[in-house]
Design a protein around this ligand. Structure first.
Ligand SMILES: Cc1cc2nc3c(=O)[nH]c(=O)nc-3n(C[C@H](O)[C@H](O)[C@H](O)COP(=O)(O)OP(=O)(O)OC[C@H]3O[C@@H](n4cnc5c(N)ncnc54)[C@H](O)[C@@H]3O)c2cc1C
Length: 419
């Protein structure tokens, strides 16, 4: 059976790999000249099993109201005329209901745990190098009120089988000595020793090379214009516009949608309504000037929603969420908050003047639970909508999809589509 994987970000490349391993003949299509050029290019780098809680939680509506009008708000809503944006916003509010938020957290926790195991196994099997560090993630609290909730969060994570230890300020400093500069303001932390970090772009490109070496045809610079169906309504391939400007049809027995935020528009013509909307985020990547001052344990600032990962001799700092349509421009006022955070929290650690600025669109579902499984259209499969956790969930989602397409039920408690 020949499968066309649509998109070569984290989701598409991992999907291609696991499908090949399951015995499918695979081709990959992307409009870019190489893998991981869009959202998977410069994310926060965290394999964050210890953060399964979606943005849509019971406290979110009040929090978002408090942030209204602030340029540095961690979550910002810029209204557009796009009805899809308003519909997504309404569904987001629905997912904030306590029972829905709990259900979503449970599903994400199960998939994240399974995914981290798949990533470790894959790394061991292929010897992939992507600046990975297995030093855990330390969640930092700068207010006593937020830190007071850390024990309950640790208990909740333990309920999902995820280890997290509540740490005093001194324990945080012992785990990550580069926090010394902020010992006066840090209140405490929550440390998840099983978490990891690494460069998602390097991982995706290294794996894409393995996929190609294993015989997959890689169609670069091909923009997918439409998904083609036969007389019986099932998928027969895609029509692409090539770099030369011509139209070409690529035939297949099945297609897997991994097109990030751009997937829903493409499949809408098939009658598929996917609740995915772009949630923009920013990152900076800067050379490390003083290794002793730059953290190597991956960090999450819980009040600012900023994450930070050491990638070899660079530091990646990422954060912010903006509901702003498909706009990918880097807004200086949003980057400013991240730069200011870096300078205040880790003075002298990185070369701010040489920092690369980036923005990407998280393909987010309202509850942050990805869409994995069968589409409504025969022959269409989905592995998309991973939102804030596409790196954490990549290997598990792709391995699960390959199981589903092989007619088996994956050994993970997750609400797969039409499973
Ligand atoms: C600021 C930021 C920080 C983040 N930090 C983390 C983190 O620390 N940990 C974590 O787990 N996740 C993180 N994420 C989320 C993660 O990066 C995403 O969930 C993930 O990259 C999405 O991967 P994808 O393959 O679905 O999408 P993409 O990487 O965008 O891939 C989609 C591909 O489809 C292609 N494409 C789209 N339309 C077409 C078309 N018409 N024709 C042909 N090709 C097309 C694109 O070129 C692209 O290559 C972060 C995201 C952001 C923005």
């Amino acid at each position: 059976m020949h499968v066309l994987v649509l998109g070569a970000g984290l989701s598409g490349v991992t999907t291609a790999w696991y499908l090949q391993q399951a015995g499918f003949r695979v081709s990959v299509v992307d409009r870019q000249p190489e893998a991981a050029r869009e959202t998977s290019f410069a994310n926060g780098g965290q394999i964050s099993v210890s953060h399964p809680e979606p943005w849509a939680n019971p406290g979110a509506p009040v929090q978002i109201l408090r942030w209204l009008g602030r340029d540095d708000a961690p979550l910002k809503f810029r209204p557009t005329r796009d009805p899809a944006q308003w519909l997504w916003g309404a569904r987001f509010l629905l997912e904030c209901l306590p029972w829905r938020a709990h259900r979503n957290t449970r599903a994400i926790a199960a998939l994240a745990t399974w995914s981290a195991q798949r990533l470790r196994a894959l790394r061991a099997e292929l010897g992939l190098e992507y600046e990975q560090l297995e030093r855990g993630i330390l969640h930092l609290f700068y207010s006593a009120g937020e830190f007071a909730e850390a024990p309950a969060r640790a208990r909740s994570l333990a309920g999902f089988g995820i280890e997290a230890q509540v740490c005093s300020r001194d324990q945080c400093l012992a785990i990550e000595p580069a926090l010394a500069a902020q010992s006066g303001v840090l209140v405490g932390g929550l440390y998840a020793p099983g978490d990891e970090s690494g460069d998602a772009c390097r991982f995706t490109r290294a794996l894409a090379a393995r996929v190609a070496a294993a015989g997959a045809q890689m169609h670069w610079n091909c923009s997918i214009e439409r998904i083609c169906t036969g007389h019986d309504g099932s998928v027969t391939g895609v029509e692409v516009r090539t770099a030369e400007g011509g139209l070409q049809t690529l035939r297949a027995d099945a297609c897997v949608l991994c097109l990030g935020s751009y997937g829903p528009r493409l499949v809408a013509t098939l009658g598929e309504r996917l609740p995915i909307y772009p949630v923009k985020g920013y990152s900076i990547t800067a050379p490390v000037l003083d290794p002793a001052r730059a953290p190597s344990v991956s960090l999450t600032d819980e009040s600012r929603r900023i994450v930070c990962s050491r990638l070899g001799d660079r530091l990646r700092i990422a954060g912010t969420a903006e509901l702003n349509g498909f706009d990918t421009q880097v807004r200086p006022e949003r980057i400013a908050g991240i730069l200011e955070w870096a300078q205040r929290r880790f003075p002298g650690a990185i070369d701010i003047a040489r920092a690369e600025h980036w923005a990407g669109l998280r393909p987010a579902t309202p509850g942050n639970v990805p869409l994995i499984g069968r589409g409504r259209t025969p022959g269409l499969w989905l592995n998309t909508g991973h939102g804030t956790l596409g790196w954490t969930l990549a290997c598990g989602s792709a391995a699960a999809l390959a199981e589903l397409m092989s007619g088996r039920r994956p050994a993970v408690a997750f609400p797969f589509l039409r499973g």
